[in-house]
Design a protein around this ligand. Structure first.
Ligand code: CP3
Length: 357
């Protein structure tokens, strides 16, 4: 109806949506579901709209951002949208010369080696990312009761791209800097924490209903090194938003041993990959945080009977947690059949439907 289209809440608005309620560990009519990388190459309508626009350029056009963000909401009926952008967008806005290369990911022209390189990463203000502010405002006005998730890259994952110069399997250069020059490492991560915090504040001020801090590659570290070299900086980001009034999700891949520490950084919800069952994850994270996850994205290529059994298992294990947001354990793979994603959303809703308390 028009009320929803013009952003006038009919049922308490996005703050009372199943997604935000589950993040806050409140009762929900069904388990909410969204997918990391739901806006992207699995959708033909995305490939079409992106055909002649480079990735970073598309992130700087508010109308295009709004359209791409809404595509998976329309198609799959997911419970939340995630802003179409990238973790390196605020880093580029901070003055770092980088590009997102199709099929590869972020590539940095001059990798960080010295204090002077760190000093060249400027703090950012709203004006440096005004296109993000505008895109969020457009979306919030359009979306009515559907929540919009804002996001940023966490200091470790951003530092990895900046030190390696691009994607890395081993993170060897990153670790060499971390162990070999801890002062420089902490200076770099402190600067990246400020960039991430400013980027998230812009999105919160513009109206997002929740934020997710992506520390995708933190699982490369032991718990001891994570606590020493990373946790203080991620805590600066999430702790800096303690009074912002929106749920904070903290996610990484391969983080079974880090789940407790990632919760301690100041998260309301901890993202879990497919390697750790959600009931086990809940024991590690504690009773005062919700969990998000954790279907293996590769399972979407299995026969439907397998997908169905996995969705059932994850919903069952998720009942051990005080709140559960259904998601994949990592992003949608580009070759995924989008119809399978639509079916998963309907199945999660059907299997988890319960009377409102
Ligand atoms: O739907 C969504 O999830 C919202 C948009 C989003 C993108 N990147 C768009 C994107 C989000 C949340 C991200 C976060 C991001 N970017 C992360 C953290 C999440 C994760 O996957 O672990 C990371 C590590 C990046 C860095 C990055 N940017 C990678 C690894 C890639 C993929 C490289 C490739 O081509 O396979 C990108 C590019 C990128 N960001 C694409 C999209 C849709 C693909 C580029 C394209 O469509 O041309």
């Amino acid at each position: 109806g028009t009320a929803a289209r013009h952003g006038e809440p009919r049922h308490g608005g996005p703050a009372q949506s199943p997604f935000v309620r589950a993040c806050r560990r409140e009762s929900v009519p069904h388990t909410p579901v969204w997918f990391m990388r739901q806006a992207g190459r699995s959708l033909p309508e995305y490939r079409e709209i992106r055909a002649n626009v480079a990735m970073l350029e598309s992130c700087r056009r508010p109308e295009l951002v709004a359209e791409i963000t809404l595509q998976p909401v329309r198609r799959h009926k997911v419970d939340a949208a995630i802003l179409f952008s990238d973790i390196v967008v605020p880093v580029a806005a901070a003055g770092v010369d980088l590009d997102i290369v199709p099929g590869t990911g972020p590539v940095v022209a001059e990798p960080v080696r010295t204090v002077a390189d760190v000093d060249r990463i400027r703090p950012i203000t709203r004006d440096d990312v005004s296109y993000v502010d505008e895109a969020v405002r457009l979306l919030v006005a359009e979306m009515g009761d559907t929540p919009l998730i804002g996001f940023a890259g966490a200091p470790f994952t951003l530092a990895s791209y900046l030190v390696e110069g691009g994607p890395s399997r081993t993170h060897a250069k990153t670790k060499a800097l971390m162990y070999g020059d801890p002062d420089l490492w902490h200076a770099l991560c402190a600067r990246l924490a400020e960039v991430a915090l400013s980027f998230l504040r812009v999105q919160i001020d513009a109206g997002v209903s929740a934020v997710q801090l992506f520390d995708s590659w933190a699982g490369a570290l032991s718990e001891a090194d994570y606590r020493r070299y990373v946790l203080p900086h991620s805590t600066r980001v999430l702790g800096g938003l303690a009074d912002a009034g929106v749920p904070r999700i903290h996610f990484g891949v391969g983080t079974a041993e880090l789940l407790g520490a990632m919760g301690e950084a100041g998260a309301d919800v901890v993202g879990v990959d497919w390697r750790t069952p959600l009931d086990v994850a809940t024991r590690r994270i504690g009773p005062d945080k919700a969990v998000q996850g954790n279907l293996d994205p590769a399972v979407l290529f299995a026969p439907w009977s397998v997908v169905e059994a996995e969705v059932r298992r994850i919903l069952d294990e998720g009942r051990a947690a005080p709140g559960h947001v259904f998601n994949l354990g990592h992003g949608v793979l580009p070759e995924t059949d989008p119809d399978v994603l639509t079916r998963v959303v309907a199945l999660v809703h059907e299997l988890s439907a319960r009377p409102v308390e």
